[in-house]
Design a protein around this ligand. Sequence first.
Ligand SMILES: [Zn+2]
Length: 134
Amino acid sequence: MTTPEIWRIARENARLVGYRCTSCGWVAFPERKRVCKRCRAPADFEEIELKPYGRVLAYVVQHRLPKGFETPLPVAVVELADGLRVYGHLVECAPEDVRVGLEVEADLRVMYEEEGARVYSYKFRPREREREGS
Ligand SMILES: [Zn+2]
């Protein structure tokens, strides 16, 4: 690995960078791929900035997790762009308020600390207007 994982994650999630296949438009995230998963073309990806908004497609509420995680913890599959689905923790949201179709926004948060270093990743929280109930 040329770049330490912690820096790669922090850099890419600060802006939510994806990689769009120039042949078919499929978006790879969070890593650039060698071959497009949709059209199988050899890699020719352009870097794009993703909008940090999406919708919950599926979710589960975790009740038993390793030490260091607060439970119950909702985790969801979120569609950020057409066909681009990512998995992440939901925060600022009671487990009973999570539902399929919930609009969420990605936010860079501390995931855990390791040897004194903070490891960041994105988490999702309900968008403002969802929280206001309108
Ligand atoms: Zn493609």
